[in-house]
Design a protein around this ligand. Structure first.
Ligand code: URA
Length: 246
């Protein structure tokens, strides 16, 4: 793990803002390996150095990353006055109060949601520059077999109501019937209701929507709606690599 400035280390632990923790340093209340440290730009190795404040060990915690299978009926937010949020699944100890969901799924959308404390990764995954693919399994109304989806891979689609042309997207048809069709649709933008709007424009409104992939990260089939698990090292490494981190 990278070395960190002592003021960041202490602030990340929750001992106050950078300004506040600098006071602790100035007051000579902070030691690293039993030596008083006053300089806020002093670097510590979180894996090896013993940092204490008022003689109490301050154990640095790495960011945490959970793969969550969001159930329908929960909004993607950290708090809400009237609706239950996805964070209700993460309220008990040891879940950090710094956790938040990355991106947004509609209240009735299920599937893959990343819940983390890592603001930098979240910011990059959401940034259009990185073109992160988001794949959804969707059940849509009616038979889509006569639509030529290939052209949308080059030019996207113009959403008349929004007066907006989407970025290119891909569709794979899994099954069709006169009543409904099953598709996999892959988009790279996070615009509000994007999949529902695309399928509405095509005359096949979404009946059911579930996110199954974010970039290289696939929803674990063993997770029931409402269940989550930590990302494996391999999953995290691939995800970070996708946005040029570490
Ligand atoms: N597109 C939608 O329409 N809804 C979602 O929840 C995600 C993508």
């Amino acid at each position: 793990m990278k070395k960190l400035r002592i003021d960041k280390y202490l602030a990340d632990f929750g001992l106050g803002s950078r300004k506040e923790v600098r006071k602790l340093l100035k007051q000579e209340r902070v030691t690293v390996n039993d030596q008083i440290v006053k300089n806020p730009s002093f670097h510590v190795n979180p894996k090896e150095d013993i940092v204490k404040v008022d003689n109490e060990v301050i154990q640095y915690k790495d960011n945490v990353y959970y793969m969550f299978n969001k159930p329908s009926g929960y909004i993607t937010a950290t708090s809400d006055e009237s609706m239950p949020t996805v964070m209700e699944f993460f309220t008990e100890e040891p879940y950090s109060s710094k956790l938040f969901p990355v991106g947004r799924l509609d209240i009735d959308t299920e599937g893959l949601l990343l819940i983390t404390t890592d603001g930098q990764l979240a910011h990059r995954l959401a940034h259009p520059k990185w073109n992160i693919e988001k794949e959804y399994y969707a059940v849509v109304k009616g038979d889509v077999s006569d639509i030529d989806f290939s052209k949308f891979e080059k030019e996207g689609i113009y959403l008349k109501k929004d007066k907006y042309r989407t970025k290119p997207f891909k569709v794979k048809v899994l099954s069709t019937s006169p009543e409904k069709s099953e598709i996999l649709i892959t988009v790279t933008e996070g615009k509000y209701h994007i999949v529902k709007k695309i399928m509405e424009e095509l005359g096949h409104p979404v009946l059911y929507l579930k996110r199954v992939r974010i970039g290289p990260l696939k929803l674990d089939k063993n997770l029931e709606p409402g269940e989550f698990r930590e990302l494996s090292e391999e999953e995290l490494k691939k995800l970070k690599k996708e946005v040029n981190l570490e």
